[in-house]
Design a protein around this ligand. Structure first.
Ligand SMILES: Nc1ncnc2c1ncn2[C@@H]1O[C@H](COP(=O)(O)OP(=O)(O)OP(=O)(O)O)[C@@H](O)[C@H]1O
Length: 303
């Protein structure tokens, strides 16, 4: 169990984590979602005691993680897969970790087997692909057979087979009664993996609930519309109380009005419509909608 209470971290001018309170329970996979720069990595580092909080607390099974000797037996974590000694072999890397945590040496071979890296056990990490480094990082997290596991963006660099494998692994770890907390900036990754979600934006909590409950919020129907004159239509629709968001391929998503209302507003304003369709929004849209005003970095720069 992970209990985060009023957790806050400020770096100079930036509040990376803003009075976050949530609980991650055992026996479930909990997805930790937020757009880039939302503060996920910082929160995981605070839970692990790698950074000191500006305020609040983070407890792992009732105690700050830093207070635990032989940490890898309590919490396994995959953070940045690049932060390993590239000159070592995979096997040597894991044995060093095992020794410093009083874990039996044979566990190194067991976890390499588990993550599918046995054949690369004696190769230097410097020559590993990103996907292989991720697998090695996951092996390190599993080394101490810990009850609590944290994974920061574990799917980065994995091929489709690797993605399926990692999902199955998380499900199995949770079924064994462990606490599994997995960060991602992509809703789609969590849709098929997580039971619960903790969603943050700009360091603050947006939602902490079951995946199904979160999805239900996204069921607000929207209308997709395409016009050669999007700016004019956006002004007209906003004046009627609708929320308008631009999408790929020149389309706009409109919430707050039905398709026929959108059609009428366009006709009354003399705006040509090239496409008009109603649609039920997906989990992904619920995520974008709920964190949209909390995105720190967008393609157009900071806003
Ligand atoms: N050591 C640091 N010094 C200064 N600012 C930092 C530091 N670490 C993180 N930040 C800032 O804190 C904010 C949150 O960053 P963090 O890496 O935790 O986000 P994230 O949700 O993990 O993002 P991503 O998905 O891009 O990895 C960002 O604005 C970042 O620039």
């Amino acid at each position: 169990m992970i209990e985060v209470h009023e957790l806050t971290k400020r770096f100079d001018g930036t509040t990376a984590v803003d009075r976050l309170t949530f609980t991650v329970r055992p026996g479930q996979v909990t997805g930790f979602l937020g757009p880039n720069g939302a503060g996920k990595s910082t929160t995981l580092r605070l839970i692990l005691g790698l950074n000191a909080p500006t305020g609040g607390t983070a407890l792992v099974d009732g105690r700050p993680f830093r207070d635990r000797p032989r940490g890898l037996r309590h919490v396994g974590a995959l953070l940045d897969a690049h932060v390993v000694h590239g000159g070592r072999t995979a096997s040597a890397h894991l044995r060093v970790l095992a020794r410093s945590n009083a874990i039996p040496r044979r566990r190194a071979d067991e976890v390499l087997e588990e993550v599918g890296l046995s054949a690369a056990a004696d190769r230097r990490i410097a020559g590993f692909s990103l996907g292989m480094r991720q697998r090695l990082g996951i092996a390190a997290a599993l080394l101490g057979d810990p009850p609590v596991l944290l994974f920061d963006e574990p799917v980065n660099g994995l091929d489709p087979e690797g993605v399926l494998w990692v999902r199955g692994l998380f499900r199995r770890l949770a079924a064994e009664g462990r606490t599994v907390f997995v960060s991602s900036h992509l809703m789609s990754e969590m849709e098929n993996t997580a039971d619960r979600l903790v969603v943050i934006g700009r360091g603050a909590l947006v939602a902490a609930e079951g995946v199904a409950e979160f999805a239900a919020r996204g069921r607000r129907p929207s209308v997709v519309v395409r016009t050669p004159d999007p700016d004019a239509l956006a002004v007209l629709l906003s004046a009627e109380g609708a929320t308008v968001r631009s999408e790929a391929a020149g389309r706009m998503a409109v919430t707050g009005l039905t398709a026929s209302q959108v059609g009428r507003v366009a006709a009354a304003g003399g705006v040509v419509l090239e496409e008009l369709a109603a649609r039920a929004s997906s989990l992904e849209e619920a995520f974008v909608e709920m964190t949209g005003d909390r995105v720190q970095f967008t393609a157009g720069g900071e806003r």
